[in-house]
Write a protein that binds this ligand. Sequence first.
Ligand code: 9MR
Length: 451
Amino acid sequence: MSMKLRRLPRAATAGLVAAAALTAAAHSAEAADTLGSAAAGQGRYFGTAVAASHLGEADYTATLDREFSSVTPENEMKWDATEPSRGTFTFTSADRIVDHAQSRGMDVRGHTLVWHSQLPSWVSSLGASGLRTAMKDHINGLMGHYKGEIHSWDVVNEAFQDGGSGARRSSPFQDKLGDGFIEEAFRTARAADPAAKLCYNDYNTDGVNAKSDAVYTMVKDFKSRGVPIDCVGFQSHFNSNSPVPSDYRQNLQRFADLGVDVQITELDIEGSGSAQAADYRKVVEACLAVDRCTGMTVWGVTDKYSWRSGGTPLLFDGNYQEKPAYDAVLSALGGSDGPGDPGDPGDPGDATVTCTATYTRTADWNSGYNGQVTITAGDEPVSAWTVTVTLPAQQSVSSLWNGTPTWSGNVMTVRPSWNGTLAAGASTGFGFTAAKNGSDAAPTLGTCTAS
Ligand code: 9MR
């Protein structure tokens, strides 16, 4: 099969990328550091998994572009996405991510070529010789399409079993081709794109244990026999059942000592607040302590799109606000979060300025009542707010204080009088007197909007 090169090789565009990097450096003299710029100061990349379907969301893309220097397509380069039927390659979604990354001078990790999961059924149903050919064609198809454009490929993903045995995982590749399939995949990959770093990637291999021992033995064997392997990826999906191991750094170091780079490829840590921040700091410090740990990738930009969204495992919350974990990572990378840094709670200029409104009846008599509406700013400062109050049809408002009303039928829209400016989290309010005219029902509040 002949594959056409889709774009100029990265080397040909290196001048452009260098120019972009210079511009970024010039800005950083006044601006706060970002994850990517702070990591670059340590000679590392700081990446994130990206989904093509979110690239149209302004806050997602703004956060991605501002903070990260590398991207990994979360699903778009997997076998089911790229070769859903034999020999028919579809790269539309993966190309969107690669194009986006390249236009911003970000690197791309390729994920993943040979994996038992997200594997189309046509692959699983092949016999040994057909499967071997299909595996090589798939590697050549993807790596040919992106030749020269991917800094590291996860050539084989998750080939070892969980649990204590250190055995290979049962999969169509393992079961039909035997242990040698990994070596064949790496040899094919080296020939397909000699410039790409070739990684083996797995989870629950972050500390020293039977599974990481088995991967270690394989890498050692590859290095001794000249099988091409350049890097080992440690996924690093952590939570209370699978915490950051105390021998994380030691484990990374023993792999590095075999003569391969190590990369943290899918980092996320369930939790919140200072405990989550402390765990993130440990991970970054472990990577920085190992010379051959060349970079880190978190498995998503925002908690709301995480594969473990319920565990809020990422650095930005669902509103793209920086979490304590973000500050911990940035400071562990030697960066600093300057005043006015976009994403900081409390900084003006961020996208999401919010408020909430609550109503209480503060006085009540036969023919009327006083109502009070309290307006509270969200985690950004507010310079103006608007809230609607819908009164029961019979009622009428005779006076209103600390607000400016306009009327449409029985709907009163209230804006500030003197009290539009609120600090993040601060409250103000307005009051009014209403005549019941036979209805004692409470008014209803519309959504509070703020700018
Ligand atoms: O985050 C990915 C999620 O959107 C997919 O549904 C899932 C399907 O298998 O894969 C997730 O990513 C996985 C990665 O490709 C390999 N390591 C484990 C990741 C989390 O499951």
